[in-house]
Design a protein around this ligand. Structure first.
Ligand code: SF4
Length: 331
């Protein structure tokens, strides 16, 4: 189905004008790159600035095109589709983009799945965050108690869910019977892998209500397999992510502890982790990635060799337990 978005372009025009920006770089997430022409036309018509669109991938608020912006010497970087994630010494405008799709029919449909759950924890990805008050009202009218968790960590707002940040949900895990995530599979799977209570997705993209438990169980099995394979690796690559907001953990501790276990370690940097890049490191049998934790988890099938997240690496090092991951989450 076609989604209708609010790109808040009047605010972008205002910012360009007030900064008297002559050269502007805009960044769009993959799902909205198709609107590039429409956005550029509007900005060109309503400002005096030259607009350049970054053709690189953009997966999250962590993925801010600072290097491109500095290389091009632009006056302003406009990052669409995510909430502020990092602080940088550069002029960045985050434009969060609202998805205006009406999904009321899904709320009605979800009541069937929620029959046995009275207390609901409610969160949404940034595109749907503006719908939370209405959704809360809907469920309360149907006799449910709704809790929206306060923001924590990388989440910019109360009830805001980010792919690598579920601590807010954990704070209400023992107070609710289940969670509802409004958005897509990515955020709801992350939630399911982080909390103990059942997670349901209001899937605004496929117009469906999805119980995340079967997918969670499949992923947990895959993670167990990745850990088991990693035990046999003689040489391990630790991948440091070079995107501005992807600095998860420190490689030195991992390196020292892996070497104590008798492993050879090669520390690598990557801006984007791909199978093609990993293939060239032929003599490395497995990787630990300190970039986005979702790369290892989400893209399991894409890679020939096992890839662990930092949390999983500590299980390999016997510094944490598998049971702890199951209880406290993989992210
Ligand atoms: S690190 Fe990964 S999950 Fe977190 S914001 Fe970036 S792309 Fe999203």
């Amino acid at each position: 189905m076609n989604h209708k978005f609010d790109f808040d372009l009047e605010r972008v025009v205002q910012e360009i004008t007030s900064k008297d920006a002559k050269l502007v770089l805009i960044q769009l997430p993959e799902g909205i790159k198709m609107y590039a022409e429409e956005i550029v036309s509007f900005l060109v018509k309503n400002t005096k600035a030259t607009i350049i669109v970054s053709g690189e991938s953009n997966w999250g608020g962590c993925d801010v095109a600072l290097n491109e912006a500095r290389n091009l010497n632009v006056d302003l970087l406009v990052h669409f589709g995510h909430a502020p994630f990092i602080k940088a010494d550069f002029s960045i405008l985050y434009v969060e983009v609202k998805d205006l799709t009406d999904f009321h029919v899904l709320l009605q449909q979800s009541l069937d799945s929620l029959k046995t759950f009275n207390k609901i924890g409610l969160v949404a990805s940034i595109q749907h965050l503006h719908t939370l008050p209405d959704v809360q009202l809907f469920y309360e009218k149907h006799g449910k108690t709704v809790s929206i968790p306060s923001k924590k960590g990388f989440a910019a707002y109360d009830g805001h869910v980010v792919g690598c940040e579920y601590n807010a949900l954990k704070t209400i895990d023992d107070k609710v019977d289940c969670f509802i995530v409004i958005g897509n599979n990515f955020h709801s799977l992350g939630a399911a892998l982080s909390v103990q209570k059942p997670v349901f997705l209001i899937d605004v993209y496929n117009m469906d209500v999805v119980n995340m438990e079967p997918l969670k169980q499949k992923i947990v099995k895959q993670r167990a397999m990745a850990l088991a394979k990693m035990k046999d690796a003689r040489t391990i690559g630790i991948i440091i992510g070079t995107k501005p907001g992807q600095k998860f953990g420190t490689y030195q501790i991992l390196k020292e502890r892996l070497e104590k276990l008798g492993k050879n370690v090669v520390v690598l940097t990557m801006n984007e982790v791909t199978q093609e890049k990993l293939t060239n490191f032929y003599n490395i049998q497995g990787f630990i990635e300190l970039a986005c934790p979702r790369i290892a988890i989400e893209d399991y099938g894409k890679y020939d060799k096992p890839i662990l997240t930092m949390k999983e690496a500590f299980v390999l090092l016997n510094a944490n337990s598998w049971e702890d991951l199951l209880v406290n989450g993989f992210l």
